[in-house]
Design a protein. Structure first.
Length: 58
């Protein structure tokens, strides 16, 4: 049985390893380019990035 990293989905051998996988290798989020938010449209407000949950890193 394998466990998937909650951030990137990489399969890991243990649940503890999966939880720590991306925590040990923080890098700018590819979706928001490290900003933590997605720019809204003309009448839409900015919103938290769904990939990094507003942290800016994954």
């Amino acid at each position: 049985m394998t466990y998937a990293c909650p951030h990137c989905g990489k399969p890991c051998l243990t649940e503890k390893e999966a939880a720590a996988h991306c925590a040990s290798s923080k890098r700018p989020c590819p979706t928001c380019n490290g900003k933590g938010q997605i720019t809204g449209g003309l009448f839409e407000p900015n919103r938290a990035c769904p990939t990094c949950k507003g942290a800016g890193v994954v």
